[in-house]
Design a protein around this ligand. Structure first.
Ligand code: ZN
Length: 313
């Protein structure tokens, strides 16, 4: 079975100050195919990196992450039997992605990357070419304008997701300030970045990334949880919008198999819902419209240190 990889990023940008009542949703499609991504199981079992974030006070990052999951749990209770299951915190080496050679070793992880790979990895390290610097050096290897990245591994044959990991860009680079994830409700930070005001709201970010985990793609609707950009101080993505709710509920109807977005051409592929956990898986405008694509482009065109630049101001 062939597999693909999806990277979904939330980038930073200034956003308009109005909201809409009704938003649409879009599902993440298999690259180059009409099929959409979906989980064949109803439990997303995840681990928090036990290291947490040194830049958030105490364990407040755990509360913010769980608040985001609680919002999705509340949505699921209205229409689905999908569960978000927190498993034991991960105390071993963090590996983002999916190892197809050791399938039983895979797990879904949520981790903070608190160093930029640009700062800690030599320019001639082969990991730049193999795209393994992040795991090898526990660093953020993606665009510095990207707030967070969800990496989903799925079957190219039918879109079934095998693994979804979330990296949060908490890097504090010598060349780029990165993002300060905060966990307070208000007020927005003005001119300073501090834990006692809202800089890059962690719950806001996580609510969006979990949307990617369940198979939702970006929409351009300002105010939608799945809008691809988040200006500093934003918290409104914490509240899951009606379009994202509709999207989730349509993919995972309670006690029904997940819905593919097209009829599969291979009749031997039958999708069934079951209860098994995976157990072991600020420039608005152009960037706002292509956050998804920009993540893929960054992956393909990864530059060596010194030649890299912020994806957004
Ligand atoms: Zn995103």
């Amino acid at each position: 079975m062939s597999r693909g990889l999806v990277l979904a990023a939330l980038v930073v940008a200034a956003g308009p100050a109005f909201a809409q009542d009704d938003f649409s949703f879009r599902r993440t499609r298999v690259v180059g195919q009409p099929q959409c991504l979906l989980w064949p199981v109803r439990d997303y079992v995840y681990h928090l990196d036990a290291a947490g974030s040194a830049r958030t006070p105490g364990d407040t990052e755990v509360g913010a992450i769980e608040a985001a999951f609680d919002s999705w749990r509340a949505v699921s209770r209205t229409c689905s039997d999908y569960r978000f299951v927190r498993s034991a915190d991960w105390k071993r080496e963090v590996v983002v992605g999916f190892d197809k050679e050791h399938r039983s070793d895979n797990y879904n992880i949520i981790t903070f990357r608190e160093r930029s790979c640009d700062d800690v990895v030599a320019g001639d390290d082969v990991c730049w070419d193999t795209e393994t610097c992040g795991n090898q050096y526990d660093c953020w290897e993606h665009g510095m304008g990207t707030i967070a990245l969800t990496t989903s591994t799925y079957s190219l044959a039918d879109g079934r997701v095998l693994d979804a990991d979330i990296e949060l860009n908490a890097s504090d680079s010598d060349n780029n300030p990165g993002f300060l994830f905060t966990t307070v409700d208000s007020p927005p930070c003005v001119g300073v970045h501090a834990p006692n005001c809202v800089s890059t709201d962690l719950q806001n970010t996580m609510t969006h990334e979990i949307g990617h985990v369940v198979g939702l793609d970006h929409v351009p609707d300002v105010g939608s949880t799945m809008q691809p950009t988040a200006p500093e101080g934003e918290t409104r993505k914490r509240v899951i919008d009606s379009g994202s709710v509709e999207g989730f509920c349509s993919i995972y109807p309670r006690y029904q198999p997940p819905n593919q977005c097209v009829a599969l051409t291979n009749p031997s592929v039958v999708l069934q819902a079951d209860g098994r956990g995976t157990g072991c898986d600020a420039a608005p405008g152009a960037l706002a419209a292509v956050g998804w694509l920009s993540a893929l482009a960054l992956l393909r065109a990864r530059r060596r240190p010194g030649a890299r630049r912020r994806a957004a101001a």
